[in-house]
Ligand binder design. Structure first.
Ligand SMILES: *[C@@H]1O[C@H](CO)[C@@H](O)[C@H](O)[C@H]1NC(C)=O
Ligand SMILES: *[C@@H]1O[C@H](CO)[C@@H](O)[C@H](O)[C@H]1NC(C)=O
Ligand SMILES: *[C@@H]1O[C@H](CO)[C@@H](O)[C@H](O)[C@H]1NC(C)=O
Ligand SMILES: *[C@@H]1O[C@H](CO)[C@@H](O)[C@H](O)[C@H]1NC(C)=O
Length: 720
């Protein structure tokens, strides 16, 4: 949450909540309840009104009820970390000036147990980290002047539409880290003055149109960690005063530009940790008050395109850091960013930052480029040139050249202009596209190839059939975009193969290739790692058996695997088996050679994923006589165990290790599994099998033996 923190802190600052002043507490001579501490302490209201507040601190005392005889002058009452589960108005009798009540980390399970009928003076109520699961209508009706309400880290699953009725003066509401699955616009009708809403960390996966419409005063909205995949154009409509928004850690694959256009006053925008691949032309445009933008920690981000940021006249700070695949920023990515002072680009995969990029930012004062694989050649040469206006480098002592070899490990700022070549070869960054992709027949595919060089390189692609495709020669369902992306619409199995991107200029060329596999077209060849719906995966197919694997899912008590040879469409030839939770693989045995099968794994009522596979032909035509289609249908569970994973240290199941003969690892896995199941002293056995270097991993597998045994019993074969 670190980087989103920046924005939250900002939000606090401009709301005037945080304070840098340190004022110490003063003694308060009063009869203080047993074990509590009574002092006069500095206190700020949510609107930054300062008070010296008589404070009773009874935190961490294992109290099950409020202390009796509280001093009547008490303004702040702290009861954090106790075991209180009910509270009655009578216990607060006579506290005419109570402004803050902290009941966080207690045992409240219902607001019905908080019987407050009237606390006119209360401004701040802390109920975070309790066990509230529901808020009924008018849950906080006796608190007409409440300004902040903390309900975060409870178990709230539902909130009645009128839950917040009576909180006309509420300014801050913390609902984050609960179990809400929807955000109901009706809650907000009661909160016309709300300025800060924290509602992240709830399993909400979509924001409805006009979801926040009643919150016309809202200034800060945090939607972090919610599983949002996209945002409709009207999702944020009505938030006319919003200044800060955080989408930290969601599943957005594109910048939600239409939705953002509905926020005329936006100053701080946090899109950190979202799987956005490209920041494209027009993604950030005409946001007239945007001051700070964060695009950090994006595993998928590869490129910032031409005019990605345009006409952001108040943008002063741009952070694009910790994006392991980001290798390309178009020289004209930034247009009309007249106030930009601070450009943070450290810890990416950038080999260079183009001179033009820097020149397009007239107010630039500082730049951070460290922890990038910088090529100290023509592109970054401007750094050493005298004529450029001075731009301060952040951490210059750790900004190193990683190429060319003769300048490697030199500090960028210490390499002179003359030492760097004035023209350079194109370089396609390794992370821009993977060496291997798998798609389904009919899918659209986009492969992003980017290269920086001087002179500027041209990019073209070569298909498996040798067709050369460039931006000017698009071809049917193939299209190459100006910046180098190859798009294939409705790919077919015949188009599988080796695609190569070529970037070339006068100096030379660089190439990079990707193997594209296409399944489902009838001619697809089965390989290990073939998958459908990211779920069920065929790990290996032989003449008479197939190995299947899927990610373990913990919430599903029981799964069902079913399979059917597609030659026999009758349903009575369908076979299925139950599989216990925690099992992640299955050896489907006694299959017929050279036959298509459809195999489905059902993990819940609506969660079924299927794969098609074709068993290998028997090389010698004489097949075993004992195999008749009707009896081919039994299965034995192969338990692909945590143990196997830990010992082999492989990807999902430890099967597909790079540089290892797949054949070999299958059989060794098999024998290991068998040994584990049959071994009378499994722990001993495992220790023998585990390579010494992995001994720590292996030791963690001991406890899974019981589970193995259960799995063996739990996978029972049935047919219907
Ligand atoms: C509450 O505050 C007011 C104004 O500061 C003060 O006059 C009054 O004595 C306080 N009441 C108690 C019970 O301390
Ligand atoms: C079985 O499936 C394959 C591949 O999907 C297909 O080519 C074949 O025609 C199917 N056979 C039947 C009988 O449906
Ligand atoms: C499953 O699908 C049915 C019908 O399509 C739908 O009514 C039901 O709500 C779904 N259940 C879940 C858990 O998605
Ligand atoms: C799967 O079962 C078949 C038939 O029993 C067997 O020959 C094969 O070795 C098994 N594969 C694995 C990895 O257990």
């Amino acid at each position: 949450m670190k980087s989103s923190g920046m924005f939250l802190v900002q939000a606090h600052l401009f709301l005037g909540v945080a304070s840098a002043l340190v004022i110490h507490s003063m003694p308060w001579k009063v009869a203080c309840p047993y074990q509590c501490i009574c002092q006069i302490k500095p206190w700020y209201s949510p609107q930054s009104v300062y008070r010296e507040a008589p404070t009773v601190d009874c935190n961490d005392l294992l109290l099950t009820q409020l202390p009796s005889s509280l001093p009547l002058e008490t303004q702040t009452l702290r009861l954090q970390s106790n075991l209180i589960s009910t509270l009655d108005q009578s216990e607060l009798q006579g506290l005419a000036n109570l402004t803050e009540l902290d009941l966080s980390q207690n045992s409240f399970s219902s607001t019905r147990h908080v019987r407050i009928t009237g606390l006119q003076t209360l401004l701040s109520l802390h109920m975070e980290e309790n066990q509230l699961h529901h808020l009924p209508d008018s849950a906080f009706s006796g608190l007409p002047n409440l300004q902040e309400l903390y309900l975060n880290h409870n178990r709230l699953r539902n909130i009645s539409p009128g839950a917040f009725k009576g909180l006309d003066n509420l300014l801050r509401l913390h609902l984050n880290s609960n179990r809400l699955v929807v955000i109901d616009r009706r809650w907000f009708h009661a909160l016309p003055r709300l300025e800060v809403l924290m509602i992240g960390g709830n399993p909400v996966d979509a924001i409805q149109d006009l979801n926040f419409k009643p919150l016309g005063s809202l200034r800060s909205l945090v939607l972090a960690g919610m599983g949002l995949r996209e945002l409709s154009e009207r999702a944020l409509e009505g938030l006319l005063n919003l200044e800060s928004i955080s989408f930290y850690d969601n599943h957005l694959t594109k910048v939600p530009k239409e939705a953002l256009q509905k926020l005329p006053g936006l100053k701080f925008l946090d899109l950190n940790k979202n799987p956005i691949q490209l920041v494209q032309q027009g993604d950030f445009r005409d946001m007239l008050h945007l001051k700070e933008l964060g695009l950090n920690n994006m595993e998928e981000l590869v490129s910032i395109e031409h005019s990605a940021m345009e006409n952001l006249p108040e943008l002063t700070k741009l952070e694009i850091t910790n994006n392991p695949r980001l290798s390309y920023i178009h020289p004209q990515a930034f247009q009309h960013l007249l106030s930009m002072e601070s450009l943070m680009l450290n810890s990416n995969a950038l080999s260079a930052l183009h001179r033009e990029t820097v020149r397009s930012l007239p107010s630039l004062q500082e730049i951070s480029l460290h922890t990038n694989p910088i090529r100290c050649d023509c592109l970054i040469r401007w750094v050493g040139a005298e004529d450029d206006k001075p731009v301060r480098f952040i951490e210059p002592q750790s900004t190193f050249c990683s190429e060319p070899p003769e300048l490697k490990a030199r500090r960028l700022k210490e390499v002179s202009f003359r030492e760097m070549a004035d023209s350079c070869l194109p370089l396609i960054a390794p992370g821009t596209f993977p060496p291997y992709v798998q798609v389904r027949h009919g899918d659209n595919l986009a492969l992003h190839c980017r290269a920086l060089a001087e002179p500027e390189p041209s990019i073209y692609w070569v298909t498996p059939k040798g067709l050369r495709l460039s931006p000017s020669s698009s071809h049917g369902r193939y299209q190459v975009l100006t910046e180098g992306t190859l798009e294939i619409f409705g790919i077919t199995a015949e188009e599988a193969g080796f695609y190569t991107c070529v970037a070339q200029n006068l100096v030379g060329a660089d190439t990079r290739s990707v193997t594209v596999r296409v399944d489902g077209g009838g001619k697809a060849h089965l390989m290990s790692g073939w998958r459908v719906k990211d779920n069920l995966e065929v790990k290996d197919v032989r003449e008479r058996y197939a190995l299947l694997a899927w990610p373990a899912s913990h919430n599903v008590p029981l799964a069902r695997l079913s399979w059917l040879a597609n030659e026999s469409m009758e349903d009575h030839h369908r076979h299925s088996t139950r599989i216990l939770a925690g099992t992640r693989g299955f050896n489907l045995t006694r299959l017929q050679p050279g036959t298509h099968y459809k195999v489905c794994l059902q993990l819940g009522p609506n969660d079924t994923s299927c794969v098609h596979l074709r068993t290998k032909e028997v090389p010698v035509p004489a097949a075993s006589p004992d195999l008749t289609p009707a009896v081919l249908l039994a299965a034995s569970a192969l338990l692909l165990l945590l143990a196997a994973k830990a010992c082999q240290g492989g990807a999902s199941l430890g099967w597909k290790e790079q540089g290892q003969d797949p054949e070999k690892s299958h059989t060794s896995l098999l024998s290991e599994v068998k040994d584990q199941i049959s071994a009378s002293s499994p722990q001993q056995k495992q220790q023998q099998q585990c390579p010494a270097k992995d001994s720590t991993d292996c030791s963690s597998t001991k406890s899974s033996n019981t589970q193995h045994a259960q799995n063996v019993q739990g996978a029972s074969t049935e047919s219907r």
